[in-house]
Design a protein around this ligand. Sequence first.
Ligand SMILES: Nc1ncnc2c1ncn2[C@@H]1O[C@H](COP(=O)(O)OP(=O)(O)OP(=O)(O)O)[C@@H](O)[C@H]1O
Ligand SMILES: [Mg+2]
Length: 291
Amino acid sequence: MSTDQKPGSISGYGSGGVDSVISVEDVVRQAQAIAEDVTVEQLDALVGGDAYVSIENLRAGYGQMEILHDINLRVGRKQSLCLIGPNGAGKSTILHAIFGFNNIFSGKINIGDGPNKADVTKLSPNQKLSEAGIAYILQDKSVFPSMTVEENLWMGGFLKNQPAEAKQAAEMIFDKYPRLAARRKHQAKVLSGGERRLLEISRALVMNPEVLLVDEPSIGLEPRFIDMVFEILHDLQHNEGKTIIMVEQNAKKGLEFADIGYVLVSGEVAIAGKGDELLANPKVGQLFLGG
Ligand SMILES: Nc1ncnc2c1ncn2[C@@H]1O[C@H](COP(=O)(O)OP(=O)(O)OP(=O)(O)O)[C@@H](O)[C@H]1O
Ligand SMILES: [Mg+2]
């Protein structure tokens, strides 16, 4: 890996020693250099059928600032898509846009396949969750620390018509995850990092969503908990049929997990491929997989 970093630069992606660390700016420059012309036909081919979530020519950002430039995205029902790319590329912003957290200047977001395809671009986050079946799992620190585990789960059902429905859904989640059930009366703040991540994911499941938006599931976790989180997501995709769109800084884990991967650079899709193709792509490897 190149060592043309500025002296004193400490941020970077290299997993080796200090010599192999490159700065975020270098990563962006090099990633722009390897960007391909990604066509919509290519994105459709990766799905291999009807898309369940599709984004058409999306321009979105914060305030007046455009962060995402003409983004197209496709993922099929029960498929998983992982977004990787340098810090600030706009990965989280894509999830925000799908869930309705930011300003959309133009373009469209559709959910559903066949005759059920619906334009959800203008729905609020609450409508996304309760009507469109989309749940957003926050990047860390979103549980209520002083509430118990079960109270946190009930909060996940705050949009349900009857509080009893949320409690019922919580019981189903406790049946599925005994580890969480064992701690149901504990305050969330005493959970381990892995348990807390499990709680964050579970809380999103209370509304029984079809689509899970997951921002950096592995962040801040020790390796054994990272594996646990990916096993849980694998189960949700393959056994419960959820469609997953994930952002993951741990590109290796994310691409091993996902059916489809996009490399996002400066608000544009620079490379798209099957997860294992991107893993084997030397250009991706050099920049995002530690050489
Ligand atoms: N709430 C916000 N208000 C204004 N600008 C924002 C906001 N959130 C993000 N941005 C800007 O949008 C750009 C893209 O940020 P985003 O968080 O989507 O990047 P990312 O690819 O998820 O990066 P990271 O890997 O660091 O999480 C950045 O320039 C960032 O500063
Ligand atoms: Mg982010």
